[in-house]
Design a protein around this ligand. Sequence first.
Ligand SMILES: Nc1ncnc2c1ncn2[C@@H]1O[C@H](COP(=O)(O)OP(=O)(O)OP(=O)(O)O)[C@@H](O)[C@H]1O
Ligand SMILES: [Mg+2]
Length: 285
Amino acid sequence: MILVGVDGSRAGLEAAGWAAREAALRHVPLRVVHAMPRWALETGDEGPYAGVARWMRESAETVLTGGVDRALREAPGLEVESAPLPGDPRPALIKAAADADLLVVGNHGLGGFVGLLIGSTAHGVAAHAPCDVVVVRGSSVPPRGEVVVGIDGSAANEQVLRFAFAEASLRGVRLRAIHAWRPFEVGGGFAPASDDLAGEQGERRLLGEAITGWSERYPDVKVIEETVRGHPADVLRHAAEGSDLLVVGSRGHGGLTGMLLGSVSQAVLQHATCPVAVVRVREDA
Ligand SMILES: Nc1ncnc2c1ncn2[C@@H]1O[C@H](COP(=O)(O)OP(=O)(O)OP(=O)(O)O)[C@@H](O)[C@H]1O
Ligand SMILES: [Mg+2]
């Protein structure tokens, strides 16, 4: 099941549309949810706040209906259900995601301020949801038919590549696998090397090795491998411009212990111009 959060904003509707197309591709149902204060859900038709509570429930219903309509417009015939959730959006979505395959949200919502690149709900669920998360951004140009994946050489890459290959295959598009590296960076690349040329070759070979097994499993997916010099956040943001989806792990190998969202993932969530998938990297992997 794919879960999508809507809040009445345009970005939330974009998220519902994206989630519906994804659910149709995966042949799974979609669940549209909207978080609202618990008291308004639990207040009956008696008492001083009954009118306000009813009004809030009706508003929530309108928001949910908007999300369901958008989903069905994008994917007619899709199995869609909707429900209000009690509580603040971030914890409510995280809890509801316990039995979801994927949680989809917009990059911002109704709150926030001009210039805010990512809202607190979107950022919070990307860091804390128990499942993979896609943060959707409405784009004015149609995507070019490509999934971009960032590979840093950490153990997490297997999980990130599994997601990226599956997405490229589902969409019938090519996969661009990018490894950004900086010479002499300790622990930042696959193989710190003595000189630039050796470094470049080493990075390229190790990227190829990371991908080979997956290419065999997905012979239908055309893969473009790129090793690019530069900061991973910049490299990935530029490479992913105009793509269908940018896939990153929730953590890489530079992450501090206990950090839930790596700095590259945080940066691309803020600055990417396409939808971003944050693959939940499991500790035990
Ligand atoms: N009450 C909610 N119920 C369900 N989903 C929500 C709710 N609020 C936000 N979302 C989801 O999260 C996305 C991002 O909204 P978010 O709240 O992060 O941004 P914002 O409202 O602009 O900023 P902030 O709330 O931090 O001031 C929305 O597009 C929507 O998908
Ligand atoms: Mg909000």
